[in-house]
Design a protein around this ligand. Structure first.
Ligand code: PLP
Length: 464
């Protein structure tokens, strides 16, 4: 067979052999690892030893070699109802048979309205309108655009500034990385957007280390918004966007009283408040939305991930009545907001979303997460004292564990832990640099919580 000599990489050889023999390559083992550029992944390290998944059910992934891997991260913080849940699978199948696609502009379909009503009914206060999109990043960009346009339609066109927060993650659109505060996600991409500023982040290890739940210290950090108002003047600021819990940076719960104080300062200055709940919505903190947990009603909430339990891409923005109503003026045949996506409220996503919300309700999964929170926190804090553990933070069913970096490289210990977890211990979690994070599906049992933290303890010792 030509071209399969010793100079070739294994994947190239496999591809050529498969093509030459005209044998179908197994669906779960790729023929060639080269063409796919993986997102947020060290591609060369991954391709030397790929972590490949072939299947999933409930709390487990199945690796391509048939091993069961317990899912400590709900995929990417998204499979809140667990994997391959039959009602969601059936709903997607039935929808694909009935209506594959309906144009999102000027036309629609019944399930889009049904899902919007169900989401609005779950949301607190007068967050009664839903704009659909396909991801968290799109939800963030949509919310930022609505904020700018809201001030514009009300004649306050000078309100153009957007305020994010250091260490915030708001996806990867230009708006999201501009208001985001994770340096690595920003520094390669030029000048981003003009007119953006950032609140300081809320983490202080000396004051907050090893807090379960909201730390006592730090409410005053919300006053940083007053500093930015003094600098820029309120008349130039459109909106503030924060994650109620900054998850992607390593789980930073809000200090007690912080979000309430931020709301009050926004109100004082006529600034819209956006909660980015792409992770915190749909039960992660024991409520449909974090806004409910904190008794704070933001002007908009972004969501994604858990709305379909990860089964079909979907995102959206919940909008308060006053914001929506501001647009519903002028001639009725004129488009009120020049924004939208081909796949906004895609029928498959709507069907998956409705089935997912049913499952959350039938199995009381949000209440379940709330009940399990103390069990989870206690198990997590059991890792205190293990080698290199600098801090542990928990809230709802999430945890962030900071490990000291190895002297020869930031992120090395975390990556080793991730790899060992998958290949040797049959557990999946997130590694953000040297911070390990977990956020299991909300169906996790107490025994599985024990299993997750036992495995993590062994791995932390192994990477010491
Ligand atoms: C708070 C927050 N916003 C936005 C996003 C981006 O979501 P997506 O990856 O679906 O674009 C994420 C993803 O983790 C997130 O955690």
């Amino acid at each position: 067979m030509p071209g399969t000599g010793p100079g070739m990489t294994n994947p190239q050889r496999l591809k050529i052999m498969a093509q030459a023999q005209r044998t179908p390559v197994s669906a779960s083992v790729p023929n060639d690892l080269e063409p796919f550029w993986l997102p947020f992944t060290p591609n060369r390290a991954f391709k030397q030893r790929p972590r490949l998944i072939a299947g999933a059910k409930d709390m487990h992934y199945i690796a391509t070699d048939g091993r069961r891997v317990i899912d400590g991260s709900a995929g990417l913080w998204c499979t809140n109802a667990g994997h391959n849940r039959t009602p969601i699978v059936r709903a997607i199948q039935a929808q694909a048979e009935e209506l594959d696609y309906a144009p999102a502009f000027q036309f629609s379909h019944a399930k889009a309205f049904e899902l919007a009503s169900r989401i609005a009914a779950l949301a607190p206060g007068d967050l009664d309108h839903v704009f659909f999109c396909n991801s968290g990043s799109e939800a963030v960009d949509t919310a930022l655009k609505i904020a700018l346009a809201y001030h514009n339609v009300r004649g306050n066109a000078s309100r153009v500034r957007l305020i994010g927060r250091e260490r915030g993650y708001h996806g990867v659109g230009f708006g999201g990385i501009a208001v985001g505060g994770i340096v690595a996600n920003r520094k390669q991409f030029g000048a981003l957007m003009a007119g953006v500023d950032h609140l300081q982040h809320t983490y202080n290890r000396a004051e907050q280390a090893f807090s379960a739940g909201e730390p006592e210290w730090g409410a005053h950090l919300a006053d940083d918004l007053d500093r930015l108002v003094a600098l820029h003047d309120a008349s130039t600021i459109a909106a503030v966007i924060v994650e109620p819990v900054a998850c992607s940076t390593g789980v930073l719960p809000p200090p007690k009283g912080y979000l309430q104080r931020l709301r009050a300062i926004c109100d004082k200055h006529g600034i819209l408040l956006i909660f980015d709940e792409v992770i915190t919505a749909y039960g992660r903190l024991g409520h449909a939305f974090a806004a409910e947990r904190y008794g704070v009603i933001p002007d908009m909430i972004t969501f994604a991930k858990g709305i379909t339990s990860g089964a079909v891409p979907m995102g959206g923005v919940l909008v308060r009545n006053g914001v929506y109503d501001a647009f519903m003026k002028g001639p009725e045949q004129v488009i009120e907001l020049f924004h939208g996506y081909t796949y906004s409220a895609h029928p498959l996503a709507c069907a998956a979303g409705l089935a997912t919300l049913d499952l959350y309700r039938e199995e009381n999964l949000f209440e379940r997460a709330k009940k399990l929170e103390p069990v989870w926190a206690q198990a997590a804090m059991g890792l205190k004292g293990l080698p290199n553990v600098l801090d542990i933070r928990t809230i709802g069913l999430t945890v962030g564990i900071d490990l000291a970096s190895k002297p020869d490289g930031v992120g090395k210990r975390g990556y080793e832990a991730l790899d060992l977890g998958f290949f040797e211990h049959g557990v999946m979690f997130r590694a953000v640099g040297d911070t390990l994070a977990m956020s299991p599906p909300l169906i996790v049992s107490e025994a599985q919580i024990g299993e997750l933290f036992d495995k993590l303890a062994t791995i932390i010792k192994q990477v010491a």
